[in-house]
Design a protein around this ligand. Sequence first.
Ligand code: IDP
Length: 150
Amino acid sequence: MTTQRTLILLKPDAVQRRLVGEITARFERKGLRLAGLKLVQVSRELAEKHYAVHKGKPFYESLLTFLTSGPTVALVWEGREAVAVCRTLMGMTDGAKSPPGTIRGDFALSVQNNLVHGSDSLENAAIEIALWFKDEELVSFTSTDANWVA
Ligand code: IDP
């Protein structure tokens, strides 16, 4: 059993569209454990660091404008195979192509405004969690239903 931590962002469209509760509930109901949670007005500097891998792509500037356009909710989820589990719950990048039942499939139509970010590997999860959270902002606890969920 591999317990992992992953970074999830509820991007500005999720906050503006009042989908924070709906989306967060999906990760909770799956059995993941919350390890970090905060509302962030993202700076250009943080957005550039977070999306450094996309620098030079045609959508890069627009993506930075999007991520800095309003508050973002940053979450750290913990649990068995958390990185892959969260990516599955999210769906594909393009909301229009994401299957129903996924977050993007149910609530997104756009490629850019696709509501959520999720780390795509365990290595990137560690880097992204360190970028968004200080150590003291993360909490580890044993949930009361751990024996049933794990
Ligand atoms: P992911 O979020 O599904 O992992 P990435 O390829 O890492 O997708 O892209 C990061 C983000 O950049 C996407 O979530 C989306 O907001 C945006 N994006 C990706 N490709 C495009 C595009 O072709 N046009 C506009 N925005 C894009």
